[in-house]
Design a protein around this ligand. Structure first.
Ligand SMILES: CC(C)(COP(=O)(O)OP(=O)(O)OC[C@H]1O[C@@H](n2cnc3c(N)ncnc32)[C@H](O)[C@@H]1OP(=O)(O)O)[C@@H](O)C(=O)NCCC(=O)NCCS
Length: 166
């Protein structure tokens, strides 16, 4: 690997690249509750509607997007929760376990701190111990569980709640 991995903020023009990653993750069916990829229009609209305090960071190698991490307000319409954000991370299979999630998190956490977040909350599927380990390594702690919260192809999965105070 000669080229460095670069990290930058996404714009609506990145909708197709992010959508391509969702296609892969959704097809895997085991990692995310998203089992139906977003359309190009949905992804573009999501990116265009991000608030100033929200961001998607992209990891690129040789000009190709290989992973992303999103930071969204937990609840846009509840001012009392303005200090809470939620994060999502998706890396293409060939690039997992190579420190890219950690690189993205360095950007996301710095951005979150600079934009007034005090805590981050995530849901991780119970059947996804790798992602739980990833978030634990970032300092998230388990704080609850929604039972049978995900149902894909008739099979249930729980969602583990994790939080991190910044
Ligand atoms: C989970 C995921 C986001 C982690 O990103 P990544 O780039 O693979 O993770 P990194 O290589 O940056 O790992 C950082 C740390 O997280 C932990 N970690 C990551 N993957 C792990 C695994 N498979 N098993 C145990 N710990 C793991 C380790 O502590 C690691 O540090 P180390 O390499 O020094 O041991 C990525 O593997 C992925 O996209 N998986 C499929 C989709 C998914 O599960 N998304 C999350 C949905 S909630």
């Amino acid at each position: 690997m000669s080229d460095p991995i670069t990290i930058r903020r996404a714009t609506p023009a990145d909708a197709a690249s992010i959508g391509a990653i969702w296609q892969v993750i959704a097809a895997e069916k085991i990692y995310s509750a998203i089992d139906c990829p977003f359309t190009l229009e949905q992804e573009r609209a999501y990116l265009a509607a991000l608030a100033d305090r929200e961001a998607v960071f992209l990891a690129e190698y040789a000009g190709r997007v290989i992973g992303f991490q999103s930071l969204d307000l937990w609840a846009r319409v509840i001012r009392a929760m303005d200090h809470v954000g939620t994060v999502g991370t998706e890396i293409l299979p060939d690039w997992r376990g190579r420190g890219i999630g950690a690189q993205l998190a360095a950007h996301t956490l710095a951005f979150a701190r600079a934009h007034g977040y005090e805590k981050l909350v995530i849901f991780v599927r119970a059947s996804n111990p790798n992602a739980q380990a990833f978030y634990r390594a970032l300092g998230f702690q388990e704080c609850g569980c929604f039972a049978r919260q995900v149902k894909i192809d008739g099979r249930y999965d729980d969602e583990i709640l994790m939080e991190k105070f910044l």
